[in-house]
Design a protein around this ligand. Sequence first.
Ligand SMILES: [Zn+2]
Ligand SMILES: [Zn+2]
Length: 161
Amino acid sequence: MAETMHCYRHPKRETRVSCATCGRPICTECMMATDVGIKCPDDARLPRGARAGVMKTNQVIRSILAGLGVAIAGIPIAYVLFFLPLTWLISAAAGYGAGTLINRAGGRNGGPLAIVISVLATAVPFLVLLAPDLLAGALNPRPLIAMVLAVIAAGVANRRI
Ligand SMILES: [Zn+2]
Ligand SMILES: [Zn+2]
């Protein structure tokens, strides 16, 4: 016989059913039948995937700090990048690295906020370097493409799997 568990919402009630999502034991009165099995009321209410990608406040703060770090550290990197061969390839790799860093800082949740932070953090160094050209109206497409590739890679690193 399975080990006796107690409903997490009713500690005095015994049950042998547990939630398919969080695994917490749940009594027959609390359980909700969904297409993917029996769930607790908390998880039955949330659409699938809604629990992942919700960053806690400290993770949001860490993501933003990581983003600031990337933006500042990225300025000299982007500067050197333009003098290297394979600029686009290296830009994409650097963008992906930056996005991964921000993703980890945010507890690997990914999601829209992490993508926005990553995209902004990756775009800033390029924009700083390109600003004089942009203002002069003489923009070289080469660094612009490098920026776009880096930004996309940073976003991809934060996609929710
Ligand atoms: Zn649950
Ligand atoms: Zn219950």
